[in-house]
Design a protein around this ligand. Structure first.
Ligand code: GLU
Length: 282
């Protein structure tokens, strides 16, 4: 199978050095492997996505010297695909509608207990208040969650292959960790028709992604993706979790770090080669 990877930004702010590193690394790997580098626009959060940010993504990546096949896949065009995947999970009895808001969850979670994780890759670990509700009761303002414990009972084996130097090799997932430290993740967010996790596994499969290149901050999310791939009978790509680009204080860069925006470096006269050097690529 041809090595196929992707860069999948959300058009909700400027691309910064961390994005540049991820995109350049993925594109370099594709070149080395005579493979393909794809771009995907992750814009299911229509309340935050902006056409102008999408335009800026194309501009910045082109300036960096990246190319990709067009048309580019946009998640907002694919809600029926995500709905079909959700229905498969519904049919297996693994989903439920949840009407809890943030403060309901905090209240139900109670006081922190020693040794019990409070937060997972999706924020506070869901305490399970709505777990007994059936999909027939789903209201328009509910989110849809995955019943993680029930899901794991239907899966045989959970593992993925990691290519990064420090973690390299086959990684087997632990059921207890998934239930306790990840929990009942959201499959459909309020007013979005899907969630990051559901969309990403459907898209990676539909686009024939063999290798996912992403930041080490998504390592826990990758475990969710491997669970969903198993439930939906989708192939599991190889994963490459790369180091994160940090600011001088050692903090991971975030969308709001405009100071590190690629556009800002460009405006100040930096060259694409300067950006490569800044993120430690030659
Ligand atoms: N939209 C996600 C992000 O910007 C994509 C990351 C991924 O799935 O690899 O972080």
């Amino acid at each position: 199978m041809t090595f196929t990877t992707r860069f999948a930004p959300s058009p909700t702010g400027p691309l910064h050095l961390g994005h540049a590193y991820s995109a350049l690394l993925a594109s370099d790997m594709a070149k080395q492997q005579n493979g393909q580098f794809l771009l995907r626009i992750e814009d299911i959060d229509q309340s935050r996505a902006r056409a102008s940010w999408e335009g800026q993504i194309y501009e910045d990546l082109t300036w960096l010297g990246l190319t990709w096949p067009t048309p580019v896949l946009r998640q907002s065009d694919r809600l029926p695909r995500y709905r079909a995947a959700l229905e498969r999970l519904n049919a297996r009895g693994l989903t439920y509608p949840c009407r809890c808001n943030r403060s309901d969850i905090e209240l139900a979670a109670g006081a922190p207990q020693e040794g019990v994780p409070q937060f997972g890759p999706d924020g506070r670990i869901y305490p399970g208040t709505c777990r007994q509700r059936g999909m027939a009761e789903a209201g328009p303002n509910d989110v849809i969650r995955l019943n993680m414990a029930a899901a794991l009972q239907q899966i045989h084996q959970l593992a993925f292959f990691e290519t990064s130097q420090d973690l390299g090799g086959r990684i087997s997932l632990e059921r207890d960790h998934l239930v306790q430290a990840v929990g009942d993740i959201i499959l459909v967010r309020r007013n979005m028709g899907s969630s990051y996790h559901l969309s990403v596994v459907v898209d990676d499969a539909d686009q024939g992604i063999t290798d996912v290149v992403r930041g080490a901050d998504l390592f826990e999310s990758t475990q969710i993706h491997v669970v969903l791939q198993a439930l939906l009978d989708l192939p599991v790509p190889r994963y490459h979790h790369h180091r994160l680009i940090r600011d001088p204080q050692g903090k991971r860069l975030a969308k709001r770090d405009d100071a590190r925006a690629i556009a800002k470096y460009r405006a100040e006269g930096a060259s694409p080669q300067d950006i490569r050097a800044l993120v430690g690529l030659d």
